[in-house]
Structure formats: C-alpha cells, structure tokens
Design a protein around this ligand. Structure first.
Ligand SMILES: C[S@@+](CC[C@H](N)C(=O)[O-])C[C@H]1O[C@@H](n2cnc3c(N)ncnc32)[C@H](O)[C@@H]1O
Length: 512
C-alpha cells in the first residue's frame, strides 16, 4: 500500500466477481513442474549415524550430511520432527551460475541450476519443509534478485498468499565502487512466511539510545520528568458508533474517528496522558519509559556478512551474519523449540540456535560444509585475517600484522594453535552426526579431526575433568579417541531445555 492512502480494507465480495473458484490465484507455470503428491512421495534417505560412534547424543540436535531432498523426505516420516519444527531458515544457492570456494581455495559447493530446474529444486524442498513446520511455525527464505521474485510466487503457492509476512531487504555488504553501468548492488532479500496466521512472534526492537530517544520523545513532562511524544487521538475512517461522537464538545476531524470511546479518553485525560494545545486540540502522550525500543522494520542495514566487516569468520563462502540469525531465531521461536536449516553451509543457523537454547537440525551435502561446521562447533569462528601464517609474523611487525592469523590452521597440524577461539567459547558437542547413504565415505578425514579435537578439548581444558562434562573418565582398554563419544557437555542455555524422557524427541511445541 502506498504511503498516504487510508488503510481501510475492502471487506465486501471479491471484485470483480469471480466465475470459477480459485481463478484469482496466481501460479507460476514452467516445464517439469511436479504434482505436490509426487513431491510428497519422494523416497526417504537411508540414514546412518557417523558420530557418536555408539549410542546417541542426549539432545534432538542432528547434523545430516547428504542431499536434503531425501533427508527432508525421511524427516517427514519422523514423528519427532514432522509438524514440530517451529522455525526454518534457508539460504539455498541463488542461481548464480558459480562454483564457490572456501578461503582455503577448496571447492565448497556449486550453484549451477538455472531457470525451471532451479525453481523446481526450490519448490520441492519448500513443499516438504511445509510438512515439517508446526502449525504456528515460520519459514525464512534468503535469496538475491536472481530468483527472489519467482520464489515469491512459488512461496505464495506453497504457503498461501495470506501467510506472506514480509519481504525483508538486507544490506549484505559495504558500498561498492561499481564499474558496471548500474547502481551498486548491496541488497539481498529474505521472504518471511508462516504456516498459519497464529504463529510465534516476539517483535524485535532496537533499544533506544540518548540520541534516538531525544529525537523521538522530544518533550519532558513537568513534575514527573518523563520523556514523551505527542500522537493524534484520532484515526482515519468515519465511524457511527461511540468513537464517531462528540468528545468534550468536539467532533472527530472530518473523515476520522476517535481512537477510543469518550469514556476511555476521559480516563486518559484524568491520568494526565492527554496534551491540550493552546488552541484546544487534544493529543495523546506516549512515554519513552513504556517503550522497549524501536520496532525493527523490513529494511535491515546492520547485518552485513562477516566477510564485509572484518570480524570472525568460518572461512566458508556465503557465510551469513550470526546477529541476523539471532534476530530471526529470537523473533520466530521460543527457547527449546526446534529450528531447521537444510542448506546449513558453515552452520550459522545451527550455532546461533544452539547459543540461544533452541534445538536444531542441519543438512548439507558438501563435505566442505560439514567439515567447516565441525570445526566451528569445536572452536568457534576465527578472527578475520589475511593468508599469513602466524608463525611467519616477525618481531617488529605492526600490532595488526602480528595479529594476522593463518585462517585455516588445522588444529594440531600446522604448529601451535593461535587463539582460535575466545577462552569463553563453549564447544557444541551435543548433537548426532548422520549421513544419508551413499555419502558417508567422504567425511572420514573430517571425522578423524573432529574426534581428535573433541578428545583434546576434554583433556586439555585447564581445571576441568571429564566429570565436568558428565562423561566417565576413559577406562583402560577403551579406545582413547572415543572418550569424547559419551554424553556431551551441554551449553548453559541448552541445559535449561534439556529433555528428560525421550531425549531424542523435541518436546511438544508450545504456544507462545
Ligand atoms: C548459500 S550456502 C549456505 C550458507 C549458510 N547460510 C551459512 O551461513 O554458512 C548454501 C549451502 O547449501 C548447500 N546445498 C546446496 N544444495 C544442496 C542440497 N541439494 N542438499 C543439501 N545441501 C545443499 C551447499 O553445499 C551450501 O553449503
């Protein structure tokens, strides 16, 4: 709706009258579009557990290495997951016709599907994801301008146009010095849909600071010292009930009605919450101390990707901003809820969900992605730096140069490990790593490294014993590497929501 137009919705019959049922729906037609029933009949993946080597982790958190279509089809038959996922965030390939490499020059994933093939790839997954969502769940789809517009129409088909909530524009990178004959492209898009109109929602706000508070709340109430702003006491549209009547002898302005019945306006006035102008016009006072902050709008400027901010990174290409994921997860889920990302990449969603006390399921079919996720879970992100091995830094370097790190130093492989994670970083070990056949072979090296890392962590943490993790000390005769495969140390937040009975099944979704 353009600004300046009254927000009065037409509540009458559809205009013009429709002849055939459903004729007003818009569908995207393309070659190879399957029937929904065919998509729902996708054969489920056959799944094998890779880690822990025996038993299960005590939480429902799962990381799948495999093609997400068949994994989603398998999850559809899993009573712990179907209809129980409170939030899906996906950041699939964007149809860029590119091969993406990690910063260590290894192939990470390919993005080569085009046109109808791309759209059907996306649609198949959206159809299955909708099945996994709880009735009060939400799905966020992150894309750029290649396919976002086509995807909006597909999402309307799959979720219903009425369940479209927002088209969020995100500033993804710094301003560019463009050489093309176009405006610089710094935006990508997040499409926010819900499964129904009764969905989990915690409105995110930006807290006030001195400057923004003074700008918005310009007045100070004599006596109380409370900062306030003045807003109209009337709203657009003529009403013939109480709110259309005279109040204190005044009618509402032409084309408007009072926001409250005269009785309520009297109560507000009695409490001193009405400001009367010298010419006798009433305005309502809104106080700063009653506001938690500025509601977040649908243009996000503060979540540029890590690579554009010189902060900590995983080194995986197209890694998304953790703070952005935190905002999405906090807005659309509760603690203890199940969050799913089936294009997990470097594991941003999974890692942030874990920090925020949510359970999670991640899927990716790239060995580089799973390797990155395991490394991130073990050590956290690494400081952004150039490709300079810390061992090469020489005395006399500037502080910054001296701090430049070999970004992808492998633990225990290339000399001393350099400040790979803040001392407070709590490794994420409470999950099960699974693979859909026939993928499981490609991860042997990453798994070996993971076992080494997690084993080391338990041995090397100063002042901590295995008991601190709820793990028995490895006994003589037990393979030392496997001392990490018992119960995993819960992060403080996860501990609060840990399941007691059927530990692998997330708890029944609760209303917000
Ligand atoms: C844009 S990246 C996701 C980045 C992620 N949001 C992050 O913050 O790191 C897309 C990911 O989807 C994965 N992917 C693409 N097609 C897939 C498929 N069919 N099944 C599973 N994963 C897939 C790729 O391997 C890649 O890691």
């Amino acid at each position: 709706m353009a600004t300046g137009l009254p927000k009065t919705k037409w509540r009458g019959r559809p205009q013009p009258p429709t002849g055939n049922r459903g004729v007003s729906e818009v569908c995207l037609g393309y070659a190879g579009k399957k029937a929904v029933s065919d998509i729902l009949a996708t054969p489920p993946a056959s799944i094998r557990q890779l880690w822990p080597d025996y038993g299960h982790s005590q939480t429902p958190n799962r990381l799948y290495y495999g093609e997400n279509l068949s994994v989603l089809a398998a999850l559809r038959h899993d009573a712990c997951v179907r209809g129980k996922v409170r939030l899906v965030y996906i950041d699939p390939p964007y149809c860029t016709k590119s091969i993406f490499q990690s910063r260590d020059q290894n192939d990470a994933y390919v993005d080569l599907l085009e046109g109808a093939h791309y759209l059907e790839f996306l649609r198949e997954r959206l159809v299955l994801l909708r099945e996994l969502l709880a009735d009060d769940g939400s799905l966020y789809l992150h894309l750029d301008d290649n396919m976002a517009f086509h995807a909006k129409v597909l999402m309307d088909e799959v979720f219903g146009q009425a369940n479209f909530r927002n088209w969020i524009t995100r500033k993804k990178c710094n301003t560019k010095n463009y050489t093309h004959k176009t405006y610089g492209n710094v935006a990508d898009y997040i499409l926010f849909y819900t499964k129904s109109d009764d969905y989990v929602w915690h409105r995110p706000v930006t807290p006030w600071n001195d400057t923004s508070a003074k700008k918005e709340y310009q007045y100070v109430e004599p006596g109380t010292g409370r900062q306030y702003k003045k807003v109209p006491v009337h709203a657009p549209g003529v009403r013939h009930g109480e709110t259309g009547q005279l109040w204190r002898g005044q009618p509402p302005p032409p084309g408007k009605h009072w926001q409250y019945p005269p009785r309520t306006l009297d109560e507000l006035d009695a409490r001193g919450e009405i400001y009367w102008s010298p010419t006798g016009n009433p305005r309502r006072k809104i106080y700063l101390d009653q506001s938690t902050g500025i509601p977040v709008q649908d243009i996000w400027l503060d979540f540029r990707d890590a690579h554009n901010q010189n902060i900590a990174v995983s080194g995986y290409p197209t890694e998304k901003n953790s703070d952005m994921l935190a905002q999405i997860i906090q807005a659309s889920s509760n603690e203890g809820d199940l969050v799913l990302d089936c294009f997990a990449g470097s594991g941003t969603t999974l890692s942030v969900a874990s920090q925020l006390g949510r359970h999670w399921i991640g899927v990716d079919n790239s060995p580089a992605a799973i390797t990155t996720i395991l490394k991130r879970f073990a050590h956290g992100l690494q400081p952004m730096g150039d490709f300079v091995n810390a061992r090469e830094a020489v005395p006399g370097d500037t502080k910054e140069e001296g701090n430049q790190l070999a970004l992808f130093t492998e633990a225990g492989r290339q000399g001393p490990q350099v400040a790979i994670a803040p001392a407070t970083y709590r490794p994420i070990l409470d999950f099960t790593l699974l693979a859909s056949e026939p993928n499981r072979g490609d991860l042997e090296e990453a798994l070996e490294l993971w076992r080494d890392r997690t084993g080391d962590m338990r041995v090397l943490r100063v002042g901590e014993t295995h008991a601190a993790y709820g793990v028995k000390e490895p006994s003589v005769g037990r393979r030392p590497r496997h001392n990490a495969h018992g119960k995993n140390p819960p992060s403080p937040s996860i501990k609060k929501t840990r399941q007691t009975k059927n530990a692998r099944c997330p708890k029944k979704p609760s209303k917000p």
